[in-house]
Write a protein that binds this ligand. Structure first.
Ligand code: NDP
Length: 619
């Protein structure tokens, strides 16, 4: 690697000014209100194009654990619970199969942009070794199914089913799980694993409902219309003029495939992404050391250490993510811990500028038309937007049948007409309009209010949190909501390798349930436990607000409004958080266990399930 040129004070000041101008060009007064949910008249954008729901009778039975969500979070929770000997695990999933985001996102070119060998969970347990450094989406979806199969999660699962409410029944000390298919079954424990970016959103462009051509969202790719597969071969697009709205991580993966098959592609860009080197290639089991026991765990831990700013020794993955990790301030809490904050920020800004200069130079090197290259250059700090990676995105703009339409000055497409779209003075005729416009943040599951949770005495979780702010222990459990365990980032931890976070959460979920079963207890923290955790989060909470306030708008900063106030995640990062959780399980887990009102103990024992099956799970 060559040493980057670190800009001097004058260059930095010039960049700051340029970033300010670009931000001001993009901020819209309507912020997150500019988007439309894929509901009601736009509900068809969120329909499942892959599976026809099958008829079935509503269920009224009882299970040990209900898991809301069949993505990697729910599957891993199921797998780790199974390892602890839990028998009746019912995953309830809106989609027609397992996989979550990888079930829904089947657009052409879909790949994981985190290295497969650290992203795909349970490789040690399933014996699977990915073939590519970055797996195609279908391989990932199949791996989700592989885990579900290995741990027999399919037979009890309910697909094409949405949970509509959770109600704690004091008399039976169980949750009543109601769904949109008329189910009302009981579960001793409920685990929510509803994901963070699962509801597709549309831009609220005037006239969007008037378009007479074909239209869909990338997370519901309409292969019936385009033909082909995620590998390409979309013969249905031959000769068609296709509009692609959005140039985030999704749009960047879609364009090269679309360009191969469509008559002409018009890319409507508002803010360019950073697009770094991908360098995907086939890998061998030998080079990743897959002949050694525990190889995948070791690699995954090494990756998390690096992107969390912890000392790691060797960089096993060695890709654009790990090489850029020193720039990802929000992933570098431990760096901040070590030095003087001002020094850190100055050094960080300079390194950030060096990286962004390198990425802007990459555009100029890859795109032959200087005008197009200029429009594709990103002018903001590196962590303002989710970085993207591709070696085929920029070259697609060198094709005569791909046109970039910059919409920054008009805050996006201004109007949709029956036959196309309007930007400035120009009307662009289109046969097909594809929205790669992302997902609503925090609008699925418990936090959205669409899944009401009624705890002890009928108290609704979100009503309580609206009054007191979110209150949990480690993000998982809350007072007044016994045996409810939430998976997610709130008051927990996050990382770019999100499946790793989910697996650590799943291990924790299973340990909590196993301990409650062993003690004949319910899981419920006290108000003091919640207060203690919130105080820990607040103690060293970094102030990210200044950083996000200066960023271009996007879902990272609530469209330019900065982050919501208040402690959100563990301040010292995911790696330290997992160590803390491990110690807590060893020393303090008993604090959140309360005696059951009924004397006969846990659900498994009531049905005579083997407690011997509580084999020690992973840490
Ligand atoms: P994003 O929210 O990142 O991008 C949405 C895009 O739509 C942006 O370019 C946005 O522009 C644009 N847009 C929105 N409204 C308009 C409008 N009115 N006119 C023109 N453009 C508009 O969504 P993605 O689906 O790309 O990515 C979401 C997340 O999913 C990623 O951040 C990542 O976490 C994950 N992902 C992960 C992948 C992986 O491989 N692991 C692959 C793909 C996605 P602007 O920026 O100006 O708002």
């Amino acid at each position: 690697m060559t040493t980057p040129h670190i800009p001097d004070a004058e260059e930095l000041e010039a960049l700051r000014q340029r970033y300010r101008i670009e931000r001001e060009r993009r901020v819209r007064p309507d912020g997150i209100r500019q988007y439309r949910a894929t509901e009601a008249e736009f509900g068809y954008y969120a329909d499942d194009p892959y599976t026809e729901p099958t008829e079935r009778e509503p269920l009224r039975d009882t299970v040990d654990v209900a898991v809301v969500g069949g993505g990697f979070g729910g599957i891993l929770a199921g797998a780790r619970l199974r390892q602890r000997g839990v028998e009746r695990i019912r995953i309830v999933e809106k989609g027609g199969g397992f996989g979550g985001t990888w079930y829904w996102n089947r657009y052409p070119g879909v790949h994981c942009d985190i290295e497969s060998h650290v992203y795909l969970p349970m490789l040690d347990e399933t014996g699977y070794v990915p073939e590519w450094k970055y797996s195609p989406g279908e391989e990932i979806r199949r791996h989700a199914v592989r885990i579900a199969r290995k741990f027999s999660l399919g037979p009890d699962a309910l697909f094409s089913t949405g949970v509509t409410s959770l109600t704690w029944d004091e008399a039976s000390e169980a949750w009543i799980v109601a769904t949109d298919r008329g189910d009302a079954f009981r579960a001793t424990y409920v685990v929510t694993a509803t994901g963070t970016l699962s509801e597709p959103k549309l831009p609220g462009i005037p006239g969007i409902e008037e378009f007479e051509g074909h239209t869909f969202h990338t997370s519901r790719w309409d292969y019936a219309y385009t033909g082909g597969t995620p590998e390409g071969g979309m013969t249905g697009l031959a000769g068609k003029r296709v509009g692609l709205v959005g140039t985030g991580a999704t749009g960047i993966q879609v364009l090269p495939k679309l360009a191969e098959d469509a008559g002409h592609v018009l890319v409507f860009q508002r803010t360019p992404s950073t697009v770094d080197v991908r360098a995907n290639r086939r890998t061998t089991a030998r080079e990743v050391g897959a002949d050694r026991e525990g190889w995948a765990r070791e690699r995954r831990d090494n990756y998390l250490r690096i992107v969390s700013g912890e000392p790691a020794g060797r960089d096993l993955v060695a890709d654009s993510w790990t090489r850029s990790a020193v720039l990802l301030e929000k992933l570098l809490p431990s760096f901040r811990r070590r030095g003087d904050r001002k020094d850190f920020e100055a050094a960080y800004e300079a390194a950030d500028a060096a990286k962004m200069n390198e990425l802007r130079a990459r555009v100029a090197a890859c795109v032959t038309d200087p005008g197009t290259a200029e429009k594709l250059k990103p002018w903001y700090r590196y962590a303002c937007k989710r970085p993207a990676f591709s070696d085929t995105y920029y070259p697609a703009f060198n094709r005569p049948d791909v046109t970039l339409v910059d919409t920054a000055d008009t805050h996006g497409i201004e109007r949709v007409t029956p036959h196309g779209v309007v930007v400035g003075d120009t009307a662009y005729g289109l046969d097909c309009l594809i929205f790669a416009t992302g997902f609503s943040v925090g609008t699925s599951g418990v936090l959205s209010g669409k899944l009401p949770v009624h705890g002890r005495g009928g108290t609704q979780l979100l009503h309580r949190w609206a009054q007191e702010g979110p209150r949990t222990v480690h993000g998982f459990t809350s007072h007044g909501f016994p045996n409810l365990i939430q998976m997610g980032t709130l008051q927990n931890a996050s990382s770019v390798n999100f499946t790793h976070i989910l697996d650590e959460q799943a291990v924790h979920v299973a340990a909590l349930v196993a301990a409650a079963e062993a003690e004949g207890a319910v899981i419920e923290p006290s108000r003091e436990d919640e207060a203690a955790w919130i105080a820990t989060l607040a103690e060293d909470a970094p102030d990210h607000a200044w950083f996000h306030a200066e960023c271009t708008p996007g879902y990272y900063n609530r469209e330019g409004r900065g982050r919501p106030n208040g402690p959100n995640a563990y301040p010292d990062g995911a790696f330290a958080f997992h160590e803390l959780l491990g110690r807590w399980r060893e020393e303090s887990m008993g604090r959140v266990l309360r005696a059951r009102a009924s004397a006969d103990g846990g659900s498994s024992r009531r049905r005579g399930l083997s407690r011997g099956a509580q084999a020690p799970g992973p840490r």
